[in-house]
Design a protein around this ligand. Sequence first.
Ligand SMILES: [Zn+2]
Length: 93
Amino acid sequence: MTVKINVKCPYCGSKEVSKNGFSLSGKQRYRCYNEQCKKSSFILDYTNKGYLPEIKKKVINMSLNGSGIRDISRVLSISTWLVMNEIKKGLQI
Ligand SMILES: [Zn+2]
């Protein structure tokens, strides 16, 4: 089974990215395969407030489809507390 990465390059929007190890601070690093992209690698910091709204939607969708918090966290590469936060917020709508 190949691991699907639900990540877009924040610089060019390409989905042709793969995980590329970790930064010195321990954050997941990604590589962008778009040749036109100025950045060949990037780090998504989901601890920032402005992280991708798509991720939030995916968290809600996955939880509605019966995925556990740990599964969601692993698939989307975000922390479990962030998943729990989004699920709580999602349930309030
Ligand atoms: Zn890119």
